[in-house]
Design a protein around this ligand. Structure first.
Ligand code: PLP
Length: 393
């Protein structure tokens, strides 16, 4: 069947929620995917920062296959070995003492918001307000939409849950002025990804941490997109030298298998007790097998270091492109989370790259986002930059 034929059927049956590139992808391996007609694409989207080990990494495929034939799902009414093992690895490699598993980024952020509220109400003496950043993105459930500091995502869904206030990102004074005696937490992305790949000034996260400590409020980092090695450290907070109280993960955690997690210190996690929070599918054996294989492979194959190195290489190539091409206004990012701000329409550049066999995404109207698998090589970067150059011309 051809792309076009299947897309006609899609138009009949699926809810109209996505603006999709007109292609049906059916196969992937490493940094490449193929469509239903056999056309090959170099994938610098990776399922939007999800397939960090590359598509169909053999270790993850094997782990899923093996687990699928052993036990796919058990309720959290029972203990589950893979959940215990994965939590142990995450705790060993992070600031966290405890982990709660769920199924997506929004669900992880919902969990983080609930944990902060419970801690604020019960331990901080009735504090409930959460300050988030303008330009942020935290998900599409009602609470995470309310946490998202961009009006365009709110429109049509009012009334949104209350208890959120927004301040300018990368401005610690604005944050200081916004904290009240009702504030229980500050929630932010270490790099704003959907908001156009905005990297804060060096020292900003440290200042936020210090302010949170001074005011006795929690610091929540949404590392749904920046976590799992994407920025050249296993977690982006490691660049800052400070640690959060709560952190959320999803996207690359399962290399494509849907899984999310809320990480927290012992002190904060203790606000949850049996009955406070739950998820039927959260942490099920199949998801845990995928995530455990993913995290172990990421560490064993030293892909975080490759992300750091390739991030520098790709950014250098794009900066050279900027010098040659007046349309490129700025190249920014950390590791392999890179945004190319252009003087033009990012969606049309995305479309042109696609026609030339390269998948990239937009992050807002004027930013082309590159979030390739962390396994990419210099030659993949060269190819991507060459296609992007043609598309910009
Ligand atoms: N938080 C951040 C920083 C994200 O980038 C995203 C998705 O792009 C989310 C949360 C929502 O994750 P999900 O789509 O898995 O619910």
């Amino acid at each position: 069947m051809k792309n076009e034929e299947l897309i006609k059927i899609s138009d009949l049956y699926l809810m109209n929620t996505y603006k999709r590139t007109p292609v049906v992808l059916v196969k992937g391996f490493g940094a490449r995917v193929w469509d239903i007609e056999g056309n090959e694409y170099l994938d610098f989207v990776a399922g939007i920062a999800v397939c960090s080990l590359g598509h169909c990494h053999p270790t993850v495929v094997e782990a899923i296959k093996e687990q699928a034939s052993e036990l796919c799902h058990v309720s959290n009414l029972y203990h589950n070995e893979l959940q215990i093992r994965l939590a142990e690895i995450i705790v060993t490699h992070s600031f966290a003492d405890r982990v709660f598993f769920c199924n997506s980024g929004a669900e992880a952020n919902e969990g983080a918001i609930k944990l902060a509220r419970k801690y604020g109400n019960e331990i901080l003496g009735g504090k409930y307000e959460i300050i988030t950043m303008k330009g942020s993105f935290h998900g599409r459930t009602l609470a995470t939409l309310a946490a998202t500091g961009q009006d365009k995502f709110h429109r049509g869904f009012e009334p949104l849950p209350t208890g959120f206030r927004y301040v300018i990102f990368n401005d610690v004074n604005a944050l200081r002025n916004a904290i009240t005696d009702k504030t229980c937490a500050v929630m932010l992305e270490p790099v704003q990804a959907e908001g156009g790949v905005q990297v804060p000034d060096e020292g900003y996260l440290r200042e936020v941490r210090e302010l949170c400590d001074e005011k006795g409020v929690l610091m929540i980092l949404d590392e749904v997109q920046t976590g799992m090695g994407r920025t050249g450290k296993l977690f982006a907070y490691e660049h800052s030298g400070v640690t959060p109280d709560i952190l959320t993960l999803a996207k690359a955690l399962g290399n494509g298998f849907p899984v999310g997690a809320v990480l927290a210190t012992e002190k904060v996690a203790s606000a949850f007790e049996p009955g406070s929070h739950a998820s039927t599918f959260g942490g099920n054996p199949l998801a845990m097998a995928a995530a455990k294989a993913t995290l172990e492979t990421l560490i064993r194959e030293n892909l975080v270091e490759n992300a750091r190195k390739m991030g520098i290489y790709l950014k250098d190539c794009l900066t050279s492109l900027q010098k040659k091409n007046g349309i490129v206004k700025e190249v920014r990012g950390l590791g392999l989370l890179i945004g190319v701000e252009i003087d033009g329409d990012a969606f049309s550049v995305v479309e042109k790259c696609f026609r030339k066999g390269l998948l990239v995404a937009a992050a807002g109207p004027s930013v082309v986002r590159l979030v390739p698998p962390l396994i990419i090589s210099e030659s993949d970067c060269n190819r991507a930059v060459s296609v992007l150059q043609q598309a910009l011309e």
